[in-house]
Design a protein around this ligand. Structure first.
Ligand SMILES: N[C@@H](CCC(=O)N[C@@H](CS)C(=O)NCC(=O)O)C(=O)O
Length: 214
């Protein structure tokens, strides 16, 4: 077992694990950030994956031998432990709602990033499709964010939750790299991402995290 209380195992991508890494960063909690040398696109993965509960990653191992899988279950657990889950059951449900909607919204971006990673022919079509499929969900999230404190704070309640980290890590960060002008069409989401990125512990993590494709 790790020298730390927590060991996060994932591939060398941000992708599904980044919300978990961002929660650790926001909490200032040290953990082992294990990044497998194999990628899910390689045959060897089919051998390696046997040791994980759903043959998928991310997986969190907690001191004492407990193993958790499913990125949102892990994120929700750690957010509860460290105070980023929402303050009431209703707030927690709203946080889950934003996190799940964000994950659904990511879908065309996954198609594009996988196409890029695998040098697929349909790369340009996959890129263009992002900007056909995202606007509907982005408008919904912009509206929901605006409904809470005019959109000048966070998605839920009056403090940072893992919903903000999920949106920032999954959509905001990636879209800022792909097409910053697109994100600016959603001014509250855009400034939320800037606000999250400026949180000292998050800033420190972003500066030191490994450079990855997605
Ligand atoms: N619902 C799961 C999905 C996990 C998942 O699809 N993980 C991918 C990497 S992002 C994976 O392990 N792919 C390899 C495979 O499915 O064999 C979660 O949120 O953790």
């Amino acid at each position: 077992m790790s020298t730390y209380k927590y060991k996060l195992t994932y591939f060398n991508f941000n992708a599904r694990a980044e919300v978990i890494r961002l929660i650790f960063a926001a909490a200032g909690v040290q953990y082992e950030d294990e990044r497998l040398a194999v990628s899910p696109f390689e045959q060897e993965w089919a051998v390696v994956n046997k040791s994980f509960p759903f043959q998928q990653l991310p997986v969190l191992e907690i001191e004492g031998g407990v193993v958790l899988a499913q990125s949102h279950a892990i994120a929700r657990y750690l957010a509860n432990e460290f105070g980023f889950a929402g303050k009431t059951n209703l707030e927690k449900a709203k946080v889950d709602m934003i996190a799940d909607a964000t994950e659904e919204l990511y879908s065309p971006m996954r198609v594009y990033f996988h196409a890029k990673y695998n040098n697929a022919k349909h790369l340009q079509a996959a890129f263009d499709d992002i900007f056909v499929k995202l606007p509907h969900g982005m408008s919904n999230l912009e509206r929901l964010l605006t409904k809470n404190n005019g959109g000048d704070g966070f998605f839920v309640g009056d403090s940072l939750t893992w919903a903000d980290l999920k949106f920032f890590g999954r959509i905001g960060n990636n879209i800022q790299r792909l097409n910053p002008e697109f994100l600016k069409q959603y001014p509250k989401l855009n400034t939320l991402c800037d606000r999250v990125a400026a949180i000292p512990r998050i800033k420190e993590w972003i500066e030191k995290r490994p450079e990855v494709q997605f």
